[in-house]
Design a binder for this molecule. Structure first.
Ligand SMILES: Cc1ncc(COP(=O)(O)O)c(C=O)c1O
Length: 384
């Protein structure tokens, strides 16, 4: 049994999430407040005890640990020679944008989506082209006609997919992923699949890693995975890029090497191996905790704040809350709630699309904190 109820004081620790006023409660950035798995802590201590921190590079044990994890957790074993180490998913995305598309190209996304995708595109002089997800009042769908039209535009050379999708918490089905992959092949668009949330699923089937699709659909594919969300080790800076096609892999590899993203810090390899080899049980218990927190929020909103609505989802610890009955300016609403009650949520409009109607709430924290957040939310909505 692991402890998911201990409150760890992270104020004044350089934590981005907790760099806030004393009365504030942060439920925004995707960072969990649980103590890291003891298996990871002991790997870090062992490494620290070695007391030599010279240059390192990943070897077969690292790549095998990644492959084993995907085989046992997600029922498909990616080949280890498809893999490259990198110092994070976001740095990899930015590098891939620079390497496989040109200045002025369109990079296709599906808004509302993880806001940092926009930075990776715009900061590199590419255009964001969104095929917005369609919200039917309860669920999000892909408009495949619109998606195909936008993929067919000659200047669209890259698509960034979020699988499962942050912030709406949707696990794309194998049929949907196959269709996306087919359309990208048909229109010669390279496909980058960010699968950082893939381990945090709450349905029976889990999610489908894109590299498990048939060989003819994965030749233009680059997949980014990492234990950084699953095990909350973002500041360890470690990720794996999986590229089945050899030529594309060489190109991505040249990019991450010339941009110096390919070398691990001293703790990255031991942490990744400990997480992937010995983290299964911790993850299983974490998922139960997250599910019970989610149920708590669902029940509370229904009983106490029926004018706002939790969107059903089965992935990530980020809840997507429909506040359109209160305001169509989620930035204004989030700022008001923060000032009024100290509860710090993410305003949906940073994710683009219809995000202005939503707030995003991170529930990866001890239950007492979730309860505190809900009481503040209720107060804030009442006062708004
Ligand atoms: C979809 C997605 N990709 C990437 C990241 C961050 O990845 P990294 O910390 O490895 O750069 C996040 C963090 O929340 C995310 O939600």
């Amino acid at each position: 049994m692991y402890d998911f109820e201990e409150t760890i004081d992270r104020r004044k620790t350089d934590s981005v999430k907790w760099d806030i006023k004393s009365n504030e409660l942060p439920m925004w950035v995707a960072d969990m407040d649980f103590q890291v798995a003891p298996e990871i802590i002991s790997a870090i201590k062992n490494k620290a005890d070695q007391a030599v921190f010279g240059y390192e590079e990943p070897h077969a044990d690292y790549f095998n640990a990644v492959a084993d994890w995907y085989e046992s957790e997600h029922h498909f074993r990616p080949q280890t020679d498809w893999m490259m180490f990198s110092t994070g998913v976001v740095p990899s995305i930015s590098s891939i944008v620079r390497r496989v598309s040109n200045v002025g190209d369109n990079v296709l996304v599906q808004a509302p989506v993880y806001n940092i995708f926009y930075n990776s595109i715009v900061n590199n002089g590419r255009h964001v082209l969104s095929s917005d997800l369609v919200f039917d009042g309860n669920n999000y769908q892909i408009d495949f006609t619109d998606l195909e039209q936008k993929l067919a535009e000659p200047l669209t050379t890259l698509m960034i997919l979020c699988n499962p999708h942050n912030p709406v918490g949707k696990i794309w089905s194998k049929a949907e992923l196959t269709k996306i992959a087919e359309l990208c092949v048909k229109h010669h668009v390279k496909l980058l699949s960010d699968e950082i949330h893939g381990d945090l699923t709450f349905n029976d089937e889990g999610y489908t890693p894109m590299f498990s699709l048939p060989a003819d659909l994965i030749q233009n594919l680059m997949i980014c995975v990492s234990p950084s969300k699953t095990f909350n080790v973002a500041a360890i800076h470690a990720a794996t890029i999986i590229v089945p096609n050899e030529n594309l892999r060489s190109s991505v590899n040249r990019g991450i090497n010339s941009e110096e993203l390919a070398e691990p810090n001293s703790f990255a390899i031991p942490v990744m191996i400990a997480a992937y080899e010995r983290g299964h049980k911790w993850l299983e218990e974490l998922k139960k905790k997250l599910q019970s927190n989610r149920q708590l929020v669902a029940d509370f909103l229904e009983q106490n704040i029926p004018e706002i609505k939790l969107i059903p989802s089965d992935a990530t610890y980020l809840l997507w809350i429909d506040t359109q009955n209160i305001s169509d300016d989620s930035e204004k609403l989030a700022n008001f709630i923060r000032k009024d009650t100290g509860l710090y949520l993410s305003a949906g409009n940073v994710y683009g699309g219809d995000g202005y109607d939503f707030l995003r709430m991170n529930i990866a924290c001890p239950t007492e904190m979730v309860k505190d957040g809900l009481n503040r939310l209720s107060q804030g909505i009442k006062d708004f």
